[in-house]
Ligand binder design. Structure first.
Ligand code: SF4
Length: 423
């Protein structure tokens, strides 16, 4: 590899590392004779670093020059950092070279904004177009659409990329304007809408003409920065839930705010990245997508922020002891899913296996149910243990958090007597 390209690679890979929305699932493309590589939902290995970032793609920026000055971004115009720009051909060759050497399964391409959103987007689209049409590249491509890009360019991007994303960054418009004065929600949500319309139009066209080209077959994703502004988890989850209702929206990523510009007084001064909060938001997101929870059930006006000590499903169960215990031999699938310690797979197993006989505690264990948690929320006709209603939610919470923290368990039979203090 040429010295100059290597230098650019170092600079631009470093600049790209703060974007977490690069998971690569959801599309398949078989290798055909005369083409290079393939993409498969299961074949592309996701490799995540300890902080949750995907490393199986070449995650790179086209350029880290930017005419915008977003307060939370390392690449902002006013930062004195090393800058570089790839030409379209350099980036295409690099991707093909890395793919051939088996370093990567695909490309995640983002960029700072140079000259204008359309000028930048046009170069990004050319990278994807050259890879597909000149090099017959069949690997995975994720393009991060530039806020404010025109419909024509988004439409072209969707023909070559597997996934497109536009980052919301900051959940509320007034905070976005405060930290990123050159952006607004319109510039983010319009390209998102173009992608949606492209996905719907392509699905319709393929119904009539099965060989019509697919538009962004892995849909779109977005990312929100958590902790840079004062939005509550309720606000964040409400927005995510709205986004998931849009056709083609596959994932919302939550990125704990990293204070890369600590001198900016508009940003909070953090000792540590709020990773636990990020983790709880991912759990809540999971509950909305796979467990049938609504955003307002997970965080409401009384509890606008997620409990950082316990997971959101357990938190909901402890706030609703009246819904338990759930009889696993009678309850419907939706209610079984709400039991802490029971996942999607075990809930389905419970429902299917009870057609053949009673589900007992030992059967539940074999199915993978986490009985340490579930025991307080279920009955199966044989469990002698008392439920969350008998024991009270505060006690169950103390038991379960003591277990994870390795603390001594409180004894529910032990009376606590208020001895007078010695004088
Ligand atoms: S537009 Fe993107 S690259 Fe430019 S400063 Fe804002 S977040 Fe950073």
């Amino acid at each position: 590899m040429k010295e100059g390209v290597l230098e650019k690679l170092k600079i631009l890979a470093e600049s790209a590392k703060y974007d977490v929305s690069c998971s690569s699932s959801g599309t398949t493309r078989r290798n055909r004779s005369g083409t290079l590589g393939n993409a498969a939902g299961w074949g592309i290995c996701h490799s995540f670093t300890e902080d949750g970032r995907c490393v199986s793609l070449l995650k790179i920026m086209l350029t880290n020059y930017c005419v915008y000055d977003c307060a939370y971004c390392i690449n902002r115009r006013s930062n004195d950092i090393r800058r570089a720009t790839f030409s379209v051909s350099e980036l295409v060759e690099l991707t093909v070279e890395f793919y051939r050497r088996n370093y990567i399964e695909g490309l995640f391409l983002s960029s700072g904004v140079v000259r204008s959103p359309d000028y930048t987007m046009e170069r990004m689209v050319r990278v994807a177009q050259d890879l597909r049409t000149v090099h017959r590249f069949g690997g995975y491509i994720h393009l991060k659409s530039i806020p404010g890009a025109s419909r024509e360019l988004v439409d072209r991007a969707g023909l070559y990329a597997d996934r497109l994303s536009v980052n919301v960054e900051i959940p509320t418009e007034h905070n976005l304007k405060r930290l990123a004065p050159e952006k607004d929600h319109e510039s983010v949500f319009r390209p998102m809408q173009f992608i949606q319309q492209g996905v719907l139009a392509s699905a319709e066209e393929r119904r009539r003409f099965p060989h019509a080209p697919r538009f962004a077959p892995a849909g779109q994703s977005t990312q929100m920065i958590v902790g840079a502004t004062d939005e509550t988890d309720r606000q964040i989850l409400t927005l995510s839930s709205d986004l998931y209702r849009r056709p083609g929206m596959k994932r919302v990523y939550y990125s704990g705010f990293v204070p890369v510009n600590s001198y900016d007084s508009r940003l909070p001064s953090l000792g540590q990245v709020p990773l636990v909060r990020e983790h709880r938001l991912y759990q809540a997101d999971w509950l909305m997508r796979f467990y049938g929870f609504r955003a307002d059930e997970i965080a409401d006006d009384v509890h606008p922020c997620l409990d950082l000590e316990i997971d959101p499903k357990l938190a909901w169960a402890l706030r609703h002891p009246e819904a338990f215990p759930v009889d696993v031999n009678r309850a419907d699938y939706a209610m079984i899913l709400r039991v802490p310690g029971i996942g999607v797979k075990s809930a389905a197993l419970i429902v299917s296996s009870r057609r053949h006989g009673r589900v007992t505690a030992s059967v539940l264990k074999k199915m993978g149910v986490v009985m340490k948690k579930a025991q307080y929320f279920i009955t199966c006709g044989e469990l002698p243990l008392r439920s969350v209603q008998d024991l009270r939610p505060e006690y169950v919470r103390r038991v379960l958090t003591a277990r994870t923290a390795g603390r001594r368990l409180p004894d529910e039979n032990q009376l606590s007597l208020p001895f007078p203090e010695k004088s």
